[in-house]
Ligand binder design. Structure first.
Ligand SMILES: *Cc1c(COP(=O)(O)O)cnc(C)c1O
Length: 448
């Protein structure tokens, strides 16, 4: 089909996510037709380096033969049955593998299909856990401790534990109340050292837990890096500190590794950096290598056992999605994990991360670069109008930079005035350098 016909049909029929369609309509859209390795190709035959890993999901590159084969192989047996009342082979094998590779505390796997659902499940499980143990003693437990600028998805429950003001304003009457503490982002704080910031936020959390533990179900957080709201990197020891507080005050620790899981931060899971053993972990995004939707909520044995009973209606977790444990996605996820291991992808990421870090930090002296931060292959360059005052660069200018990058063959995204680099995880050093040099040239040209 011709590009223009697709453009017309796109505008006629498709409502795009997180998009002001009134603005979208004014521009010629990019329509992706195919992918190969680290590149995307559009209907005009243009090629783009995938610097946002197709929204932080792509692991081994597009159109990977082995991943494609894993899908085809499963299709020849069966595409889908259901986990309601029956089980299936790939979902069993994947659950075993997930338990093997995640922190030792996690022993059971509950499947779903989006990160938002994985979080929704985590908060419902955590809430019911206390009611199952002792409905009288824990009757007041109905709140979570959350971080400002947290992002956990877009369903009502996951928005409720998120920390984005705009969402909370719009849906205020629908979301439930939580206890929000500060976002430990050093660049945006008034503290002189990262340790001082860490200790201040930890003591804020401790104060909340000490005074209100009877109302608190658990702490919900993205470990190490708060991604979707601006790639805020936590100070070293913060995650461990939260874990210690959860243990001290006996509340559940729920980590949302939907973005950070499967290598993104330079370890298979962000929790590994600080030897953290959460009660619940949410996984999604890169779990299938970025090919098909799958998510999982992993829990400890203690939580699982609190739901056990010999009567069906008692203590049961009443939650499930139609495609829970779908065979094709589970077989694909298993292959993805095997490839991560066989290709020694984590070591590769640790090496390419050094290149990305070095390249981006060279830009730090630019008058409009306020801050460069990140872990693994998850980096942000915060653009400012005035570096001393940390005043954001005008959004129109940031958008010009992003669209000029696209014009020169690099697909990246901005979160307000923060430009993010979240490339395909298997990207080569050369491709990483190409990505940063396109950006650098655009930056110099646009901000001339
Ligand atoms: C993307 C993301 C989600 C939501 O996942 P969806 O699949 O988009 O529903 C939740 N938590 C974090 C940390 C994410 O990055």
């Amino acid at each position: 089909m011709k590009h223009q016909t697709l453009v017309d049909k796109n505008l006629e029929y498709v409502w795009h996510p997180f998009t002001q369609m009134g603005v979208y309509r004014q521009h010629d859209p990019i329509i992706i037709e195919k992918g190969k390795g680290s590149y995307l190709y559009d209907t005009k035959g243009r090629r783009y380096l995938d610097g946002y890993a197709s929204l932080w999901v792509n692991v081994h590159g597009h159109n990977n033969k082995r991943l494609n084969k894993a899908i085809e192989k499963q299709l020849k047996s069966i595409s889908h049955s259901t986990l309601l009342g029956s089980s299936n082979i790939p979902s069993i094998l994947l659950a075993e593998k997930l338990v093997e590779i995640t922190p030792a505390s996690l022993r059971k796997v509950f499947y779903s299909d989006t990160g938002s659902a994985a979080v929704e499940i985590a908060i419902k499980m955590a809430y019911q856990y206390w009611k199952n143990i002792d409905p009288v003693k824990y009757r007041k437990k109905n709140k979570f401790v959350t971080l400002k600028n947290g992002y956990h998805g877009d369903t009502i429950g996951s928005v409720s534990v998120g920390g984005i003001e705009t969402f909370h304003q719009i849906f205020n009457d629908l979301i439930f109340e939580n206890i929000q503490v500060a976002c430990p982002s050093f660049y945006h704080s008034q503290y002189l050292t990262e340790e001082a910031l860490r200790d201040a936020v930890l003591s804020q959390i401790e104060h909340v837990l000490r005074t209100r533990a009877d109302e608190i179900v658990g702490v919900v957080m993205e470990p190490l890096v708060q991604g979707a709201t601006g790639l805020f990197v936590h100070p070293e020891g913060f995650l461990k500190g939260v874990e210690q507080l959860c243990r001290k005050y006996n509340v559940l620790m729920i980590v949302d590794e939907v973005a950070t899981g499967f290598g993104r931060t330079g370890a298979l899971f962000a929790c590994e950096h600080e030897n953290v053993e959460p009660d619940i972990m949410c996984l999604g995004k890169a779990i299938t290598g970025g090919y098909l939707p799958l998510a999982a909520t992993l829990t400890s044995q203690r939580i699982y056992e609190a739901f056990l009973s010999d009567q069906h209606g008692l203590k049961t977790f009443f939650h499930g999605h139609t495609y829970t444990g779908n065979q094709v996605v589970c077989a694909l996820a298993l292959e993805n994990i095997q490839m991560i291991e066989e290709n020694k992808l984590i070591r590769h990421i640790q090496k390419t991360s050094k290149v990305l870090d070095k390249q981006l930090r060279q830009l730090a002296t630019h008058p409009h670069v306020g801050n460069v931060r990140g872990r693994g292959l998850m980096y942000a360059v915060e653009l400012v109008a005035d570096a001393d005052k940390k005043m954001p660069l005008a959004i129109a200018t940031v958008e010009r930079i992003i669209s000029e990058c696209k014009r020169r063959g690099l697909m990246i995204r901005n979160l307000e005035n923060i430009v993010t680099f979240v490339p395909v995880l298997s990207m080569s050093k050369r491709e990483i350098k190409k990505m940063t040099s396109i950006f650098e040239n655009v930056l110099l040209d646009v901000l001339e």
